[in-house]
Design a protein around this ligand. Structure first.
Ligand code: NAG
Ligand code: NAG
Ligand code: NAG
Ligand code: NAG
Ligand code: NAG
Ligand code: NAG
Ligand code: NAG
Length: 370
């Protein structure tokens, strides 16, 4: 009887102490957060964890309807980014073993013999290209940044979401910046710094005709990238090769400080096989997706800007397809929405950082501090 009573008193005391503990906890926190804020924050963290889980296993559907996940994606993009070094290194090792960009991204004197045959990237039916001593002598000795791990890389796509994004400063602060198709640069939205930029052979064929007689337009266009390396998929299709070699000859003689290099078609073929094996089925990967893959192997951290294949943004405002023109997507070629879902997966898994919103302006910073 006495014992039971003592036990009862003891329990009562414990409850009081515990209760007091909780009160003290809530009492001392209001300086920074009220108890309501703590609750909200906890709920927010739960919501973010749920979304992170959802998007890390999101399945690439045949057709992706943006409307069905705009709200979730918008919420998720406001969640803190969680990097996962284990996942990042795993991904790097997989890419090294499949494709080895470190050694084989581009044709060099060192990885290509002067009499080697070069099979085309997309076809085995056409006769392979026969390397000549003259062309071989114009290949770079080695990959320009060979031997060093690149730090923070920014891969800048052409998506219209970059318009008015104010991301220029953030992009320019990266250690290595990759751009595509000789896209326009500017301080405010897309930045100026460029280390590697692709040239599309179709561009050479349609816009820069007659290069030997009239090299000025191309020279003017490439000079805005300073000494950045220009990379061309010269052996993707047979039509690409002649114009690419012409561009190499012309630029190398007039602007020797700016390397012009060719993608190794075998590298791109391995990359294609790698992603097809992971369910990404399309005629050919976009150059953007190819170089994001390259960056995941070569860079410590990969930040992706301007990859957005939808006609409206997260606030459901219309956005142009490209930030620099009125172009529209070519549907038969790339499956941009499916590539996008892959990028979203990689972002959720902490492998790369996808930027889909305007970069922080002073106003937004202030909001975060309040
Ligand atoms: C990071 O990735 C690894 C490998 O996929 C996984 O086992 C681990 O749980 C992840 N860590 C976090 C904190 O999510
Ligand atoms: C990449 O290629 C180089 C040269 O062929 C080779 O030495 C290296 O071991 C390769 N790396 C991997 C991970 O296969
Ligand atoms: C070519 O590659 C080999 C093996 O990776 C290396 O030992 C050699 O120094 C390289 N030569 C040049 C000229 O880069
Ligand atoms: C290429 O040249 C090397 C020696 O320079 C020779 O051994 C090899 O047989 C040649 N290969 C072809 C395909 O001509
Ligand atoms: C960008 O800003 C300009 C000027 O404020 C505005 O006219 C234009 O519609 C905006 N473009 C986009 C795509 O938001
Ligand atoms: C480009 O290279 C030239 C020649 O090597 C050099 O003089 C110049 O400073 C470089 N420009 C930049 C922007 O690095
Ligand atoms: C920067 O480029 C974007 C896209 O072409 C354009 O909308 C914007 O007006 C440009 N800003 C400046 C300052 O040139």
């Amino acid at each position: 009887m006495e014992l039971a009573f003592l036990q009862w008193i003891f329990r009562l005391l414990m409850v009081l102490i515990l209760f007091q503990g909780v009160c003290v906890m809530f009492y001392y926190t209001p300086n920074t957060h009220s108890s309501r804020d703590v609750m909200t924050e906890t709920l927010q963290q739960l919501h973010c964890a749920k979304l992170r889980q959802k998007f890390s296993v999101i399945k690439p559907a045949k057709s992706i309807v943006l409307k069905s996940f705009t709200q979730d994606l918008s919420d998720f993009m406001n969640c803190p980014y969680k990097s996962n070094q284990t996942e990042r290194e795993l991904n790097r090792i997989r890419l090294q073993f499949c494709c080895n960009a470190t050694e084989t991204l581009m044709l060099t004197k060192n990885n290509t013999a002067d009499n080697q045959t070069i099979p085309y990237e997309t076809t085995t039916k056409k006769k392979p290209f026969q390397m000549t001593a003259a062309l071989h002598s114009m290949l770079p000795e080695d990959i320009p940044w060979s031997g060093r791990r690149l730090g923070r890389c920014a891969v800048v796509g052409s998506g219209g979401i970059l318009k008015n994004s104010s991301c220029g400063r953030e992009i320019d602060s990266a250690d290595f910046v990759i751009r595509f198709n000789l896209a326009a640069v500017n301080d405010s939205d897309v930045g100026m710094k460029t280390d590697l930029v692709t040239v599309n052979p179709s561009q050479l064929r349609s816009v820069y005709k007659n290069l030997e007689k009239n090299p000025d337009p191309l020279l003017k266009r490439v000079s805005v990238y300073g000494n950045a390396t220009l990379i061309i998929p010269a052996f993707a299709y047979t039509f690409c090769t002649t114009n690419s070699i012409k561009a190499l000859k012309v630029l190398q003689s007039i602007r020797p400080q700016q390397p012009v290099v060719f993608f190794s078609p075998s590298y791109l073929r391995m990359l294609d096989r790698f992603w097809k094996g992971r369910g990404l089925r399309e005629v050919r990967l976009s150059t953007g997706f190819m170089l994001i893959s390259t960056a995941m192997e070569l860079c410590e951290h990969v930040h992706v800007y301007g990859f957005w294949p939808f006609g409206s943004d997260l606030q459901e405002r219309p956005v142009p397809y490209h930030y620099y023109d009125q172009g529209t997507p070519s549907r038969h070629m790339h499956k941009m929405p499916e590539e996008f879902v892959r990028l979203l997966q990689l972002h959720s898994q902490g492998v790369l950082t996808l930027h889909l919103q305007p970069c922080s302006s002073p106003g937004v910073d202030l909001e975060n501090h309040l």
